[in-house]
Design a protein around this ligand. Sequence first.
Ligand code: DAU
Length: 358
Amino acid sequence: MKALITSGGRGTRLRPITNTNNKHLIPIANKPMLFYALEAVAEAGIKEVGVIVGSDTKNEIISALGNGTLWDINITYIEQDEPRGLAHVVKISEPFIGKDNFIFYLGDNMIVGGVKRFIEEFEAYKPDCQLVLARVKDPQRFGVPEIKDGKIISIEEKPAKPKSHYAVTGLYIYDNIIFEAVNNIKPGARGELEISDAHQYLLNKGKVVRYSEITGWWKDTGEPEDLLEANRLVLDRAFELEHRQIEGYVDDSDIAGKVIIGKKTEIINSIIRGPVIIGENISIKDSYIGPYTSIHNNCEICNSEVEYSILMEECRVINVDIRIERSLLGRGASIIRCTGRPRSHRFLIGDQSRVEVV
Ligand code: DAU
């Protein structure tokens, strides 16, 4: 069994963060999203992993992942010139996959509980294709199966009128017949070779398409709100047991709940309410950090309040007297209260940024 993990695509719904960062490297609980996928396949015992990289961001991905020694796997990079669809990703990966079965894992999906059990099911039942479904409130955002008598009878990509409450998640396990499918379909409505059309091709040919339902949690991190929710869920999970790890300096600040504080970080006269992860070399002074917040290395927070947010590296939040909540701050972003006259808001924000003021 090999694995194929995506890190290409456009990430348009996460602009402006994705103008300068590949979406798959956005930190969730201070760890790049893509690392969770690599950990999951490594944990399932897979050694040969193909990572799909877009031509525009491949260097960033390669320098973050290296050759895979961190996970004791071998990574082969497969370059896709343009995001031409998920079935196109499979198509160009045929030389890497060869005759093996493989798990196809969308690198922007966060799945807790690993992938081992899905692989075990595939190996036990030997279908041509094993899909993993999740019950969702908004199926029109996903590939949606129609199910009859416990069997999938059709699959549509982002249908206006979904035929079930299920989403096909970004975790698929295939045998070699998938290559026949991806080589015989045509681009769909958004001009891409759709993976749902490849699945429909298999159904039309009478191939065995099995499914199992995800019981833990799953998140497609398409929108900013999804990232915050994934961050919340990982922080909850990471700290299942009562857990506190403080490597930096904390004065008599009030720390409660599950908290990780990294090296060279100083917490002075502040309140921290976990679950919270605070990285290295950070200064937090006269501030409140509330639950479900991840703060990455080299940030500075002074005289401010932050809760349920993700701060990437080198952010500064200084003297902001309104609590910052449900926010995503990209690398090097600053929010600073200006004193003096005239009293006004001053912004220096990039394309497609969003600021909500009260
Ligand atoms: O997350 C599950 C959904 O993923 C499924 O329900 C849909 O059936 C499936 O089509 C897919 O839909 P999305 O619209 O969410 O896919 P997206 O374009 O966001 O791409 C998913 C991942 O694949 C992401 O890691 C980016 C990468 N990608 C995408 C395309 C289209 C590539 O590497 N190359 C591509 O050409």
